[in-house]
Design a protein around this ligand. Structure first.
Ligand code: SF4
Length: 236
């Protein structure tokens, strides 16, 4: 009799970070960088991960074997990208990591609401990137309708108990203070309470890009009042 095929085996993995203390709040984690993303954000610095198939392919069985060996030493596994939700193998891979005892994290833009719905039962934490006011997503991502899907995903997530950090990366000249005000009002209406504004890195040099928003104390004060947790994250 043929051995059953492990559905997680087809997860296309473009990178693997065996240990990090910064990608899952309060936990030591491994990060799996899933290959493929349909968006083209102006500040993307993971461009090797954008095509559905990349030059580097790491086998799921190697990653799984590593996770099995690290049981008790790591707390969590974060699925990042690229956009993890683009892959059907995400749910079986998350389920396998969960079965080893790990908490499961997801970094996502929420571009595929149906796939997000499918993985909700195994998720413990989500880092959700809101790219722009929902009507203006194409400016940042180059993709029409991405804002509608992101809004749908974020609304779904806000109705769960899953711990979620929403973050927006500021690319000066594309997102200004008016956009940030629109955006934060949109996400507070959805019920978001944990919001981070983060500075972009220049994709080639990886240096800080800055922007007026980081010195706009009035805007920052408004957001401090709106959210339970509001954070500014500058490039170190
Ligand atoms: S969603 Fe992430 S991986 Fe995809 S293009 Fe934007 S920054 Fe890059």
């Amino acid at each position: 009799m043929n051995k059953p095929v492990d559905p997680a085996k087809s997860l296309r993995i473009g990178g693997f970070l065996p240990f990090t203390s910064v990608d899952y709040p309060g936990a030591l984690a491994a990060v799996i960088f899933c290959q493929g993303c349909p968006l083209r954000c102006v500040y993307c610095h993971n461009r090797d991960l954008l095509p559905a198939r990349g030059a580097t392919q790491i086998e799921w069985r190697e990653v799984h074997a590593h996770l099995a060996r690290r049981k008790g030493l790591l707390d969590a596994v974060v699925f990042s990208g690229g956009e993890p939700l683009m892959q059907k193998a995400l749910l079986p891979a998350m389920t396998a990591a969960k079965s080893l005892g790990y908490r499961i994290g997801l970094h996502t833009s929420g571009i595929a609401p149906d796939r997000l719905r499918a993985v909700l039962p195994v998720l413990d934490w989500v880092g959700f990137d809101v790219k722009a006011p929902f009507e203006k997503y194409d400016r940042v991502t180059g993709a029409k309708h991405a804002g509608r899907k992101a809004r749908q995903s974020l609304t779904m997530l806000a109705e769960t108990e899953i711990i979620t950090e929403v973050r927006t990366t500021i690319w000066p000249g594309v997102i200004d203070a008016v956009d940030v005000r629109t955006l934060y009002r949109e996400i507070t209406e959805i019920g978001v309470q944990n919001f981070t504004l983060q500075e972009a890195r220049e994709p080639t040099t990886r240096g800080p890009v800055g922007g007026d928003i980081f010195t706009d104390l009035e805007l920052q004060s408004e957001m401090q009042n709106e959210f339970t947790n509001f954070t500014i994250r500058r490039v170190a």
